[in-house]
Design a protein around this ligand. Sequence first.
Ligand code: AMP
Ligand code: GLY
Length: 425
Amino acid sequence: MKVLVVGSGGREHALVWGLSRDSEVELVVAAPGNPGIAALRPAYDGQTVACRAVDVADHDAVVALARELEVDLVVVGPEAPLVAGLADPLREAGIAVFGPSREAAQIEGSKAFAKDVMATASVPTGRAYVCTTADEAAEAIDAFGPPYVVKDDGLAAGKGVVVTADREEALQHAAQCEQVLIEEFLDGPEVSLFAITDGTTVLPMQPAQDFKRLADNDEGPNTGGMGAYTPLPWAPDDLVAEITEKVLQPTVDELRHRGTPFVGLLYAGLALTSRGVRVIEFNCRFGDPETQALLPMLKTPLGGLLYAAATGKLADHGELSWRNGSAVTVVVAAKKYPASPRKGDVIAGLDQAENDHVRVFHAGTALENDELVTAGGRVLAVSAVGKDLAEARQRAYAAVSQIRIKGSQHRTDIALKAERGEITV
Ligand code: AMP
Ligand code: GLY
């Protein structure tokens, strides 16, 4: 099988790595990819792993590349090209695509659309008002009371949400957005559950948890995600079955009934509140950095799985199978991330960081005069596997301590509460 992966971050690096572990995959090309993907060695004789420069916003260029490479499957990684509709011209060209159409990607592209789908499908989520003026927003903010949850309606790379007890800050964030959702505050531990779907059949992955705030103890601003771990030792046994039944399957069914089937990865971000499971948000693609923790644990060959989803054959595919043990991913971010990440800082120590249990996925890196340097906010995702969370954590942080980037930032408490058994539902 020949596969083209679109995108250039840590999630795409993990996807390309995962695909390369599938003995049925003879070619995997990332467009545009990144220096980490370019340095990936094939896992099998006769396999090729490569990067090709392409402007992802130029849909004709991506279609032309897929044709030139004669790929069997295109996997679109990030939300921006999906929401912009990249999957549509690829499908029109007769190419199998893992990734939703422009219309189905609205489940992530518009929070108001997602709320509408959930209301119709009776999927449990927080109550919310969609507001377009400052007066409406102020009224909704006061109706709920603190803590206030204010969300930009559109795509914002994980940074469009403000959760605050400060009414002024809530009003200010609302004023900066064209259309805004004011939402009920949801307490309880958060879970990310990903489902592979062909538009009808839903195959849930194992649950993961990510860490959205920049600093330890969930302090500091929201980010794209500072770390993740999987599975969740504290989760109730029937959690995946319950979320599949109450959230994932009804959402996939509703999108199909609307004539816009969702093919790809449906990401449910959930809060396990005292009143039950509630959806915080949907994303229309693999989560970052949960994917970097999940894929090293997945035993099911990735190419065959994504191809089955892209071609409507998921009903014939068995359940997913997973390695025993745990995975922990720690993100290393650039100085001044998320406000104004510094670019061009030299990255050293990666050779010492990687071993049989640890993989470093490149997210925001570039080569400058043959030197690896920072080129984005989240620079690296360091993933380790171990027999349990304690061992995976220890290995991940030992690797992080080998990596040297001036002014870099990382959290020191990824998966710590779970390891200590301090999370309760
Ligand atoms: P989102 O971009 O919707 O995933 O929101 C980012 C983060 O903000 C979430 O992971 C939560 O930690 C927090 N958040 C979003 N909505 C709510 C809510 N209704 N109640 C509490 N926290 C929320
Ligand atoms: N892990 C959060 C996201 O992918 O949006």
